[in-house]
Ligand binder design. Sequence first.
Ligand SMILES: [Zn+2]
Length: 141
Amino acid sequence: MTHTRRGRGRPTVFDEPVRTQYLDLIRHGARLGDAATQLGINRSVPTRYSKTDREFAAALTEARELGAKARQEEVPHDEYRYNILKCRCPKCTKAAAQGRAERRATEDPPGGQAPADVHPIRLEGPGVGESLPSFLLARAS
Ligand SMILES: [Zn+2]
């Protein structure tokens, strides 16, 4: 099929040792772009290469699955994991509930972003709106 010969023709930036290192990085949880950067290759090179080499494409898919698992295992069980990684274990569920409660208790969140679920304080509740004007009217007349 493909015969690659080093030192001839165009430079082989993504030759066998580099591919092995690349897959190894991915397998250990590196992101595709980061792995490419670490090896000094353009991030599009492995993607392009995987289109020409089915074995590599399969190896890359496998490496990515392993890498995703490795990444998840490094992430502590907390709110981030609950929200982003959809972990629903008791620890993450509790952390997420706690985080939501804490945000609700914070009146002025950092960054100046208004929380989405703010309920404006109504100055004229049913009780106030009815009793106060009549009281004032009674006094005025
Ligand atoms: Zn969890």
